[in-house]
Design a protein around this ligand. Sequence first.
Ligand code: C2E
Ligand code: MG
Ligand code: MG
Ligand code: MG
Length: 288
Amino acid sequence: AAKESGKASWVRFEPRMRHDMTEYARVASELHDAILGGQLRLLYQPVYDLVTGRMHGCEALVQWQHPVRGFVPPIDFIPVAERSGLIVPLGAWVLRESCEQLTRWRAEHGADTIEAVNVNVAVRQLKDPGFVDTVAAVLSDTGLRPRNLILEVTESSVVDGPQVAETLGLLHEMGVRLALDDFGTGQSSLSLLRAFPVDVLKLDKSFVDGIADGTDRGRLAVAAAVAQLVEFLQLKSVAEGIESRAQLERLRDLGYRYGQGYFMAKPLPAAECGALMAAEPMAAVTHG
Ligand code: C2E
Ligand code: MG
Ligand code: MG
Ligand code: MG
């Protein structure tokens, strides 16, 4: 079925595939080669300050350039990487590569041009006993301050158990910032915010979709409530998946300080992202 549906979805890892161990083993083995063979690359999606139009940071998003199948999106291999444990070396590569890239950008465009790089972290990585040391080594090798790194974790990762809680505590003590990704889609959002050292809430794209036409009161209510929560708790808010000027304006009116989405910029190769940095502030944001 995957073959028929075309190249882009050649191996979507659906739950039924959990039983198809041959397919799973093939992807895992090819992914292993991909990590060693340099088939992974990072794209960077700018996070804009919606008030000043300046680029606050960038989120690193991994891509697999498969030699035969072409571009494979993360949803088709991150779950395999998690299940096989390959996410540990893969994630370490993402972390190092994106921190090195931030250092290059800051050298090229000035340290006040871009403050942070956002790196997605899977629960499997947070459970790895070497994770905190990996982060510390990357920061020391790249000369970045801990606050220049924002680790994006999901609500379900955070509630995984005491081991993850301890890791997050150690990272927070180091000064690394934590963002709750896809916020609003998880189970126990509110109690999480009291129990964990969260710095940034990223409102999930599903609440941003359709927010501007005024017909979806439910999503609007969630977006508004999250904005208030952020203000009371003195956190930072990022709205994900902004695709239109109307959404941007609405979110900014609600109090969202930061935003990310195709309306401003798609995930880009490092050089193109650097060019946007040199061209800021972005007029489409400030005049939106
Ligand atoms: P995420 O962390 O929530 O990343 C945001 C996703 O939304 C990205 O998809 C991005 O390209 C997409 N996006 C951003 N703005 C828009 C928009 O305006 N419209 C639409 N339709 N989409 C938008 P992508 O690159 O396919 O990544 C999907 C997920 O894969 C990520 O979701 C993240 O959970 C995971 N992922 C990506 N890279 C990594 C990584 O290095 N490590 C780990 N553990 N997970 C990763
Ligand atoms: Mg993310
Ligand atoms: Mg997200
Ligand atoms: Mg998401």
